[in-house]
Ligand binder design. Structure first.
Ligand code: NOJ
Length: 747
């Protein structure tokens, strides 16, 4: 079990919190906090039960639109439906896009119309909070900036880029009048078959935690915009590999791997959390009081709004079948701790809340707690003062600069045999493959549409790899007559259920095509434009170079051309383990038995050869070469610190990610072979050295065992590159501050 606490404790805890962003963007710290608090309490005192239930309801904008509107045109509101939803039912929130993406002005006009009705025609004049999926930039806004997906941002190992990209996304949303982004995805990407792998910050918990917290901060740097950490909890580990299916996650794993990014987001002040549509160990998360109330609201102290995912309350009845009726489903979800239900097409949820409270099946205090959280969100976003956020946008060139820089930094050079790259100026090139002339394969899902797969939806001048190449070089050959072939392999963008796959392998046609290109006997440079690591057969051995591009966004093509030509020096690192075969999906931080070879470990020289990933987590080449020198470890009450010197031993400036891994040699629970405990990206000129100090993440040095979290005594190593040093802990403890004598560390 995940800890215990009563619903009263939650309601009590939430009643203490005040404010919202305020001028400094921090929850509960603003001047307006006290005034806001008074407004919230006064509203709550005046609201009818029906109005409270309305606030807890969130509908898609389709429910307010003219059903006959052109689905390819802009959203057309139907005044009758708008008034019913917003003024009569008094829904607390509307979300989504209907019809084609809108430009900034169209969004504002649309939202002004909705807010006008909410503020002027509902009895208490409470504004709605509008939410959108701006998953890698505001993908439903014409003219907005798209960025690499989170997996690409993770490959940069630069939290400051995630923060900058999120800040721009939030500014662009605010310019549209949208105060709430359903982002970032904080699910840790441990299951490469899963259709939303590209939305994750990869397989490592420390990386996901730091990138995720930065994304939250970036959003909430913008006054008037809230982030949403999603999907709490364990969504990314479906046992079948398919979206929204059962995850089997023991408590230690849940806490060591899946929880930390959400904990970091709560600590960073995230205002809202969205729930996992699936179930963990058979318990649908939407019905889990242990997860939503005891863990999230009480143990982590989350004071914000818990919103369901799409229709998930109804699904407790229809799909999970833990509720014999929709009414029971509503009761279970509200008691579990959801505050707002993305219904999203109907208003039955509100009716059920009213009837459940009237029948004494849901305490009014639980409803008040939910509504208080919702009103506090609105207050913090400033919606009572100005129902639409506004912001001054940074200049276009600044927004483009960040997206371009993130795209370039997200490209991972995995192989570069005989230094085929960068290309020599006289080399002639053919660019081929399904990804070579497509804009959707660069941006992936959540771009101009949910699946992001329709080229017609993209701007007319959207770059593709060939158009970017033609702009810079202007000369391409047929593969038969070129010196080098750039082979652009691509997965069609998909997401959620439409993205379920039957086979992690890349389709036969593309593998055949790759073999055909290699048969021409020329150096082949493979570029992988995928939502997840699609398994490639052994022909990759014969490629001269391989580049993981993932979904780098609209500037990915130009960045790739720069990388090929050497005007950009690659620096991305793989944020996941690339499996060699579909039967061997093992993360880098596995346990030793997971890599035991067929010999049962009888012979020490090949005992652990059972793990041979195609490419390792953290891998990524540069056009210069770096050397790690003088690694040392020290420790004290503040934790374990490593210090390392990085030397650029090559002949050009480059960027390297210093990665420190910790190995626990023996432990009471089989230890993981190693875990990333710290990283830093640095740029260094040739011939220069830099000393880098790293604070190692104690959550990665310790683990959750039978008695909860423990930093267990024994020998450990810290590894950076090829060097490692040992240190020892002489006593078990929960925190480093419990150390009585720091001299026991050996380094
Ligand atoms: C379903 C997705 O799972 C979630 O990530 C998204 O935010 C909602 N739909 C709203 O579109």
């Amino acid at each position: 079990m995940v800890g215990a606490a009563s619903a009263e404790a939650t309601a009590g805890a939430s009643a203490q919190a005040t404010g919202g962003h305020g001028a400094n963007g921090k929850v509960g710290t603003s001047e307006a906090g006290a005034e806001g608090h008074a407004r919230i309490e006064s509203l709550l005192a005046r609201m009818t039960l029906r109005e409270k239930a309305g606030q807890m309801t969130q509908v898609t904008i389709h429910s307010l639109c003219d059903p006959g509107m052109d689905p390819k045109g802009p959203a057309v509101l139907d005044m009758g439906r708008l008034r019913h939803a917003v003024a009569e039912v008094g829904v607390g929130s509307v979300f989504n896009v209907a019809g084609r993406p809108l430009d900034f002005g169209e969004w504002r006009a649309l939202l002004e119309e909705i807010q006008h009705v909410a503020v002027n025609e509902s009895r208490l004049g409470i504004p709605i909070v509008f939410g959108l999926d701006a998953v890698h930039g505001s993908g439903y806004t014409k003219g907005a900036t798209l960025f690499p997906h989170n997996l690409g941002l993770a490959a940069t190992f630069r939290p400051e880029l995630a923060r900058a990209a999120s800040r721009i996304t939030a500014q662009e949303l605010a310019a549209c009048g949208v105060p709430w982004n359903f982002s970032p995805v904080l699910d840790v990407g441990r299951e490469p078959r899963w259709s939303r792998f590209v939305e994750t910050f990869g397989e490592d918990v420390h990386l996901a935690k730091r990138m995720g917290a930065a994304a939250v901060l970036g959003h909430q740097d913008v006054v008037g915009v809230a982030a949403c950490a999603k999907h709490f909890l364990g969504y990314s580990a479906p046992a079948t590999g398919r979206d929204r299916t059962t995850a089997w996650i023991p408590e230690g794993l849940l806490r060591d791997i899946y929880l930390p990014p959400f904990k970091a987001a709560v600590e960073a002040g995230v205002e809202t959390v969205m729930v996992n549509s699936g179930d963990i160990n058979g318990e649908p998360v939407h019905a889990s009081r242990a997860l939503l109330t005891d863990l999230l609201k009480v143990e982590l102290g989350f004071k914000g709004v818990v919103v369901t995912d799409w229709e998930d309350v109804i699904k407790l009845h229809l799909i999970h079948r833990v509720a014999p009726s929709v009414r029971d489903a509503v009761r279970m979800a509200v008691l579990a701790g959801i505050d707002m239900s993305m219904t999203p097409h109907e208003f039955g949820f509100a009716d059920h809340v009213v009837s459940l409270v009237e029948a004494g099946e849901v305490p009014l205090s639980r409803v008040d707690d939910a509504v208080r959280r919702i009103l506090r969100l609105k207050e913090g976003l400033g919606l009572f003062e100005a129902p639409l956020p506004s912001v001054e946008l940074p200049p276009d060139r600044e927004r483009i600069r960040v997206s371009r820089e993130a795209a370039a930094a997200s490209l991972v050079l995995l192989e570069n045999r005989d230094a085929v790259l960068p290309l020599r100026p006289e080399t002639t090139v053919a660019i081929v493959g399904p990804g070579c002339d497509s804009a959707p394969v660069l941006s992936g899902p959540w771009s101009y549409s949910w699946q992001g797969d329709n080229p017609a939806d993209y701007p007319k001048d959207a770059e593709t790899i060939v158009s970017a190449w033609d702009k810079v070089v202007g000369d391409r050959r047929a593969p038969e007559s070129a010196d080098v072939i750039v082979l652009c392999l691509a997965e069609k963008p998909t997401v959620e259920k439409p993205g379920d796959i039957d086979d992690l392998g890349l389709n036969d046609e593309q593998q055949e095509f790759a073999r055909g290109m290699l048969a021409l006997g020329k150096p082949v440079i493979a570029v992988l434009l995928f939502d997840r690591p699609r398994v490639l057969e052994d022909w990759t051995r014969d490629c001269a170079a391989v580049i993981w591009a993932g979904r780098p966004g609209p500037f990915g093509a130009g960045a790739l051309v720069d990388l090929l030509l050497g005007t950009f020096n690659p620096c991305g690192k793989l944020p996941f383990t690339y499996p060699r075969s579909t039967g061997e999906v093992i993360p880098y931080d596995h346990r030793l038995p997971d890599r035991l070879g067929k010999s049962y470990g009888a012979r020490p020289d090949y005992a652990f050869d059972g793990w041979r990933p195609r490419w390792r987590f953290g891998a990524g080449l540069s056009y210069t070469s770096f050397r790690v020198e003088a690694l040392s470890v020290s420790a004290g009450r503040e934790g374990v610190k490593a210090s390392v010197t990085l030397f650029n031993a090559g002949d050009r400036t480059g960027r390297e990610v210093v990665q420190a891994y910790v190995r626990d040699h023996f432990a009471s629970v089989a230890p993981r072979v190693e875990r990333l405990a710290a990283f830093q990206s640095v740029e260094l000129e040739p011939g220069r050295r830099i000393v880098i100090d790293l604070d190692l993440d104690d959550r990665v040095i310790g683990f959750h065992g039978r008695d909860g979290f423990v930093l267990e005594k024994g020998m450990f190593s810290v590894r950076v590159g090829d060097t490692a040093v040992d240190f020892e802990l002489f006593q078990n403890m929960k925190r480093f501050s419990e150390w009585v004598d720091p001299s026991f560390i050996v380094s």
